[in-house]
Design a protein around this ligand. Structure first.
Ligand SMILES: C[S@@+](CC[C@H](N)C(=O)[O-])C[C@H]1O[C@@H](n2cnc3c(N)ncnc32)[C@H](O)[C@@H]1O
Length: 298
């Protein structure tokens, strides 16, 4: 039996090797970005001499993740990029392609758009205000994914809009999404008409606008609860276990608990473990059940 709702201290590569095969339902994580920050630990990832070495370090970690993930499980991997000598490294994609080469199925590349990204005074290029969130699975089709739990409201079709959608709408007017009264609506060209008018809302899209949030205890990059909430909602079954091998301040654990699910954290730095433990304890103290955090609107 795998332990749950605990934080294991140490190098995630070593600790992952001690975990049983196919024992966690979902993995949600944000490793240290390449050459970005010093996490004050000898075995930290991110301080490799070359981009290739960084990709290799992460690949080894995600090989172990692949082994411990259940067959129907998913990995959500958040990564940001880096400029070196003025050139963008494309680091998230280097890692994503390496993981594909090692057997992971890449299902989506989500753009995390940060509307409150740090302004920059750079004069010769654009200011970056996005990161990537890759959605990987072990199988190309047979995996757990609760699409309905993260649907978005329809944009073109709604209960109140005149345009009701569906095949009948076009039939009545003798038109199609291509020709006639409603021709040219990009919303309708995106998908089959009946899918576009799914009664529970449209499929969630791949550009997510989520403001950066602050964690007063942590002095390092913490991802927002709202960024990972849909990942855990859709990819972890009720009472399942979400693993985060780079647990940091424990955001993954917090969101898992808020949704009535379990977490397993791994973290190298004991100070961060204390921060994570405090956040998790505070959550338990605040309330046994906090339903307000199920709000997935961005
Ligand atoms: C970007 S932070 C994760 C932040 C986390 N998502 C949060 O919301 O707080 C990356 C974390 O990975 C940890 N770390 C770096 N190398 C590690 C390793 N080899 N094993 C385990 N943790 C490691 C760092 O100490 C840091 O806390």
């Amino acid at each position: 039996m795998i332990k749950k709702d605990i934080i294991l201290e140490g190098n995630c590569l070593n600790i992952l090797k001690t975990l049983p095969d196919e024992s966690v339902d979902c993995i949600v994580t944000s490793p240290p970005y390449y050459a970005q920050r010093d996490y004050n630990a000898v075995e930290q990832i991110g301080s490799e001499k070359t981009p290739q070495q960084y990709v290799e370090s992460l690949s080894k970690v995600f090989d172990e993740c692949f082994r411990v993930l259940k067959k129907e499980g998913s990995l959500w991997l958040n990564l940001g990029d880096k400029y070196l000598k003025g050139s963008l490294l494309g680091m998230p994609w280097r890692v994503a392609i390496a993981l594909q080469d090692r057997g992971w199925i890449l299902r989506n590349d989500v753009i995390w758009h940060k509307p409150n990204a740090m302004p920059s005074s750079v004069k010769s290029r654009l200011t970056t205000d996005h990161e990537y969130l890759f959605f990987f699975t072990k199988n190309s089709s047979d995996y757990y994914f609760d699409q309905d739990s993260i649907r978005e409201p329809h944009v073109t079709f709604s209960e109140t809009s005149k345009m009701k959608g569906g095949r009948n709408h076009f039939g009545k007017n003798g038109s199609t999404p291509e020709n006639g009264k409603n021709g040219g609506s990009s919303n309708l060209h995106d998908a089959r008409w009946d899918q576009a008018f799914h009664p529970k809302g449209r499929n969630k899209r791949t550009v997510w606008q989520v403001p950066l949030s602050k964690c007063k205890e942590a002095h390092f990059a913490v991802y927002p609860e709202k960024l990972i909430s849909p990942c855990i909602m859709a990819s972890c079954p009720p009472e399942g276990i979400v693993l985060d091998p780079f647990f940091g301040s424990g955001t993954t654990g917090l969101v898992a608990k808020q949704q009535g699910k379990h977490y397993l954290g791994i973290e190298l730095n004991p100070e961060y473990i204390q921060i994570a433990q405090k956040r998790l304890n505070d959550l338990t103290d605040r309330s046994e059940n906090r339903y307000d955090l199920f709000d997935l609107s961005f």
